[in-house]
Ligand binder design. Structure first.
Ligand SMILES: [Fe+2]
Length: 252
């Protein structure tokens, strides 16, 4: 059974279409979107409609999707000017979505497990198994022991997540962790959008791979600069460079 997985679209349509062109060519059995469809981009409604129209596709919710559906700005004080900017963006994003779209997002699961064969599970979540990503994450810089602590209790031999905006495949003990993020913008210095391919080969054997797609970012960066989002230049910079906009406030 072959899976294709991608995440962290962040309301960016051209990057999504570039990834989906490659994904379609994979001819996988199942497509999985691992959260953060919304925020940090100009086109939330178009992205939601696109994902809902994809055949044979399952979707897991991301932390920034919940900020929008749960009206984060009403329940939390911003911890920084960066968060105040994000809260405002979340509020405006919500105004661009219909009740039907918000209802669909609010019913998405936090995780999904596929079992292509009895006893051989593939576990999928956005941030970590126990935190959607607001307060915890699985960045690449963690040691094996730190990762083991964060995935303690997960029995699946393979898992996939998003959120980090820097894709990787990592073996920790006898478990494999695949980060597929991101589509909309990367933070690991390679600005090309990414996705993951995970295949169950039978007899407990899995094969996983990260792929990047070529994307001419300039037009979309300029579009972000001039769109409705305040400080759209911050997002444009991330799309162009593949680095987070503010080195003093790295999210993970
Ligand atoms: Fe996230």
């Amino acid at each position: 059974m072959k899976f294709v997985l991608y995440s962290d679209i962040h309301a960016q349509m051209p990057q999504l279409e570039a990834v989906q062109a490659a994904v379609d060519a994979e001819k996988a059995d199942k497509e999985v979107v691992i959260g953060d469809l919304l925020m940090l981009g100009p086109s939330p409604s178009e992205v939601v409609d696109n994902i809902r129209s994809r055949p044979n596709t399952d979707v897991v919710v991301g932390n920034l999707d919940l900020w929008v559906t749960q009206k984060r700005w009403e329940t939390h004080e911003p911890r920084s000017p960066h968060q105040a900017w994000m809260f405002n963006m979340a509020k405006q994003t919500r105004e661009m979505l219909s009740e039907d779209q918000l209802d669909w997002i609010s019913k998405l699961p936090f995780s999904i497990t596929y079992s292509p064969e009895m006893g051989h599970d593939f576990f999928i979540f956005h941030g970590t198994p126990y935190d959607i990503g607001d307060d915890d994450a699985l960045p690449r810089r963690l040691t094996d022991d730190e990762v083991k602590e964060k995935i303690k209790g997960v029995t699946a031999k393979i898992m996939a997540h998003g959120h980090i905006h820097g894709p990787y495949v990592r073996e920790v003990g006898d478990q494999t962790i695949v980060c597929v993020a991101a589509v909309g913008m990367q933070w690991d210095g390679d600005p090309r959008p990414s996705y993951g391919v995970v295949e169950y080969l039978g007899n407990g054997e899995w094969r996983s791979e990260i792929k990047h797609v070529e994307f001419d970012c300039e037009e979309q960066a300029t579009y972000n600069e001039n769109c409705w989002i305040e400080h759209g230049d911050r997002i444009a910079g991330m799309i162009r460079t593949g680095y987070f906009w503010n080195p003093d406030h790295m999210p993970h």
